[in-house]
Design a protein around this ligand. Structure first.
Ligand code: ADP
Length: 700
């Protein structure tokens, strides 16, 4: 397509160029023709004028006399005439064709005088017809071509000679040669007689019939010229329409030739232009057009590519939108758009089914979101939006499908739709969720009642267990009391029996020892009873604010000798700061709890090489914390398990009753505090036990 266009434009340019060159040719050909005609016309009168010249007539009258060829008067007359008129050579021939006088008589080599030109048509035809003749030929004597005009010289209607004017047209040819146009003139035979390029002279435009050629040779019109054909027609270019012009191929070059007849002659003027003059601009045009064509083609292709790409993008976008639309239509979420008045402008199938099944329309037949979703008004919408911007939120309302209300949940966003501000609402049917919620509530209620029931059952079971453990504990306690008291009782009984025996026998020796043995047995029993009393002791009257650090310091001071005796190193670290240094409880119980911990630590240290006890006091925001640490080897796992159980002891009979820690535990529980035990290691090698006791701080 582009190629065809380039070819068409180039061809059009080519033919326009030919037309323009032909028009130029016509104009310059007219000028050349006029100059040729003027060059000849100005001498047309001269032969006839000289034919009436008295001197020439007189000369011809005696043309056959001896002295005729030396007639200086006539020769000078002719030379003068030639000089004055500008003719090249003027000469006179007598009826036998011999030149008797000539303007160039002085030219030693080229003088016409004495030559016979009777064979020349310009002479013979004048003699035969008596009329003026025009003729072009190459000079026999000079070899210079020229135009000959001849007129008869008459005396009483008798032709006594012929006057000939030869025009060599040198200045005309000079002007033609200097012109950049190429011009040539052919005669009736198609022989080139005038040419701006001398190489083309006397060549033929078309093959000359043999008869005509013989005539040319006979008349010696162009002596020594063999009249080759000037050109071959260009078979390809000849087919092109050129408006009368021809293509000549001369010596390998191609020329465009226009032909113009020369008025008043049988000659033709040929205006010749090199084909390159047309071809080069045409080629330039071809290249420019090709470049433009290529540029245009590339531009078009780029545009086409872009168009294809945009179409693809559009197609993809359309497909994407369709997919999205399909998705929106089939999604199980309602999507709808409404304007500031609440009028729905667009909605998907889900929303339509959900809202419009039992919808009411306003007077314009437009569904309004306020009615459909039972909103109070549109005024609240912006507050939904504000909430949405903070955190995406859903709001609950309800709509109607037929007669039944359907709970729905919606979220709202402001969007640009149809070039104006609209609201985009996403809507979810939450009927199933609501049902599930209701079921959950019911389930919760039944669960709560089950839990209550189970709790009740548990309490009963606990109660039963408590009764059982109380009974078991009572049994345990009874056994221990029996054990703890029966041993000293037996010893007391035996001592009393021994004393009774001594009394009866009045043998007092050893009575004091027996009585003395009774005392420790009594104190042992008192100890046991003392311990048991702490379980039942009502100390409500002794509750007061206790300065913990002072009390402990007093306790440590009281037992100072004991520690010293056993080589135990006691350290008290007091981090308490008033007023957070007091607890509100019974001093006896506090004393009992702390002294039990200290007693256990002390007993655990019996076999320790360098026994140490560390007591540390500190406070949290709500509690006072008391830590008792020792390096007595720590607690076994089995011990740890039953540590705070009553009657649990690892000590040998008579040493421990297993109530110490259970009493501490009981006291701590009564105070709403906490106690726990752990093992620690001292300096990475020794191990020990740490008891941490927490009691609530007294509220000032
Ligand atoms: P008891 O001292 O009469 O045995 P406790 O209730 O005071 O009764 O202690 C129970 C058991 O806990 C002890 O027998 C002992 O084995 C263990 N125990 C208590 N304190 C310590 C301690 N500081 N170091 C090692 N063992 C301890």
């Amino acid at each position: 397509m582009v190629l065809a266009l380039i070819t068409l434009v180039t061809l059009v340019f080519y033919f326009l160029k030919i037309a323009s060159v032909s028009a130029d040719n016509r104009r310059s050909a007219a000028v050349f023709e006029q100059s040729l005609r003027a060059s000849i016309d100005q001498f047309e009168y001269l032969p006839a004028l000289l034919a009436r010249n008295e001197k020439i007539i007189a000369h011809l009258r005696s043309a056959y006399s001896e002295s005729t060829l030396d007639d200086l008067t006539t020769n000078n007359e002719l030379a003068f005439s030639a000089r004055r008129s500008g003719a090249d050579i003027v000469y006179v021939l007598r009826p036998d064709g011999r030149v008797t006088a000539a303007s160039n008589y002085q030219d030693k080599i080229g003088s016409f005088v004495g030559h016979n030109y009777g064979f020349r048509p310009y002479f013979a035809r004048v003699m035969a017809t008596g009329e003026r003749q025009f003729y072009f030929a190459k000079g026999m004597t000079t070899g210079i071509p020229g135009f000959f005009i001849s007129s008869p010289v008459r005396v009483d209607d008798r032709i006594i000679g012929v006057v000939v004017v030869k025009l060599e047209l040198a200045s005309l040819l000079d002007s033609w040669e200097s012109s950049h146009d190429r011009v040539l003139v052919s005669d009736a035979n198609g022989v080139i007689i005038l040419a701006s390029d001398s190489q083309w002279l006397y060549r033929l435009l078309a093959p000359l019939p043999i008869r005509k050629l013989n005539q040319v040779y006979r008349e010696r019109q162009f002596p020594e010229e063999n009249h080759e054909l000037l050109f071959q027609p260009d078979p390809f270019l000849s087919m092109l329409p050129t408006g009368g012009a021809d293509y000549w191929k001369v010596d390998g070059k191609t020329w465009l030739v226009d032909h113009f007849p020369v008025n008043g002659t049988d000659w033709t003027l040929h205006h010749v232009v090199s084909h390159r003059q047309i071809l080069l601009p045409t080629l330039a045009c071809f290249f420019i057009v090709s470049l433009l064509g290529c540029f245009w083609y590339l531009l078009m292709r780029e545009r086409q590519k872009k168009a294809v790409y945009s179409a693809k993008v559009r197609q993809t976008e359309i497909r994407r939108r369709e997919d999205l639309q399909r998705l929106i239509d089939h999604i199980h979420i309602g999507v709808l758009v409404f304007d500031g008045e609440g009028c729905i402008t667009s909605m998907n199938d889900y929303a339509e089914n959900l809202l419009l099944a039992g919808a009411s329309f306003n007077e314009n037949g437009v569904a309004n979101v306020v009615d459909l979703l039972r909103l109070k008004s549109l005024d609240g919408l912006d507050s939904y939006l504000v909430d949405l911007q903070r955190t995406p939120q859903y709001f609950e309302t309800w709509t109607r499908i037929g007669e039944s209300p359907v709970p729905v949940m919606f979220a709202l966003a402001r969007v640009d739709y149809d070039n104006s501000e609209h609201y985009l609402m996403t809507l979810i049917n939450i009927v199933r969720r609501k049902r599930a919620e209701e079921q959950l509530v019911k389930l919760n209620a039944s669960l709560a009642s089950t839990v209550d029931e189970r709790t009740r059952e548990l309490k009963v079971a606990q109660q039963e267990l408590l009764q059982k453990s109380k009974a078991a504990a009572l049994g345990n306690m009874a056994a221990t009391i029996v054990h703890e008291l029966s041993q000293p009782l037996a010893a007391i009984n035996s001592s009393v029996a021994a004393i009774e025996g001594k009394v009866k026998r009045e043998n007092w020796s050893g009575a004091m020892e027996s009585a003395a043995r009774l005392k420790p047995l009594g104190s042992k029993m008192r100890d046991v009873i003392q311990l048991l009393k702490s379980f039942s002791y009502d100390d409500s009257n002794h509750i007061g604010l206790l300065d913990v650090a002072t009390l402990i310091q007093q306790m440590l001071d009281l037992h100072h000798d004991q520690w010293q005796e056993r080589g135990i190193q006691i350290e008290l670290i007091d981090r308490l700061v008033a007023p957070a240094n007091r607890v509100n409880m019974s001093a006896i119980k506090f004393d009992l709890a702390v002294s039990n911990l200290l007693k256990n630590a002390m007993e655990a240290l019996e076999k320790t090489a360098s026994p140490r006890i560390r007591v540390e006091l500190s406070a949290t925001a709500s509690h006072i914390q008391l830590v008792v640490e020792d390096n007595g080897g720590g607690l076994d796992d089995a011990v740890m398990e039953h540590l705070f159980s009553p009657w649990f002891t690892t000590k040998e009979v008579g040493k421990g009753v297993g109530l110490g820690l259970s009493i501490v535990y009981e006291i701590v529980q009564q105070q709403h505090g906490d106690i726990h035990a752990e093992n620690i290691s001292h300096d990475g090698a020794e191990t020990g036990a740490r008891f941490t006791l927490q009691l609530p701080l007294a509220v000032p």
